[in-house]
Design a binder for this molecule. Structure first.
Ligand SMILES: [Cu+2]
Length: 155
């Protein structure tokens, strides 16, 4: 009789420990998810120059440089097309250039592309050192970030 209630109380104790551990486990899990969404490594690498890069709403954009990247100022050019292929320029697009191997040393900060009279988005990129470079693109509609992607290239 005594043995039975002893086993019962152990069982109850284990149950309580399991229940108490639950909120801690879910807390740990949610913290990991938050920290994973931060690093720049998470931003997808875009398809190469001249190829269609899809946006979440079914439209797409194509990027290219005005010349083979070299020391000095080169121009990054984007063409955004809607689902039917027409050129559009209602989005705000920002570019941020830097060298991934020495992040922060040549960081341009977020710079807005300017739309020219042919509806193309243009951004000057200053190449100050040979090596691997990136431009991180951010597409915004109002305050909402629609899309982020990065261009990798070598000088
Ligand atoms: Cu550098």
């Amino acid at each position: 009789m005594l043995k039975k209630s002893f086993i019962l109380s152990i069982g109850l104790g284990l149950l309580l420990i399991t229940l108490a551990a639950q909120p801690v486990l879910s807390l740990v899990r949610s913290r990991q998810e938050v920290s994973l969404s931060n690093p720049a490594e998470e931003i997808p690498v875009l398809k190469s120059a001249g190829k269609k890069n899809p946006l979440p709403d079914g439209s797409y954009f194509i990027w290219e440089f005005n010349q083979t990247p070299k020391m000095g100022t080169i121009i990054l050019k984007l063409a955004v097309h809607d689902q039917t292929g027409d050129k559009v320029n209602h989005l705000q697009i920002y570019g941020r250039s830097d060298m991934p191997s020495m992040r922060g040393h040549h960081d341009s900060g977020e710079v807005a592309f300017k739309v020219n009279n042919q509806g193309a988005y243009l951004l000057p990129v200053n190449i100050v050192m040979p090596g691997d470079w990136e431009v991180i693109l951010t597409f915004k509609q109002g305050e909402n970030i629609l899309y982020r992607g990065r261009i990798l290239f070598k000088v």
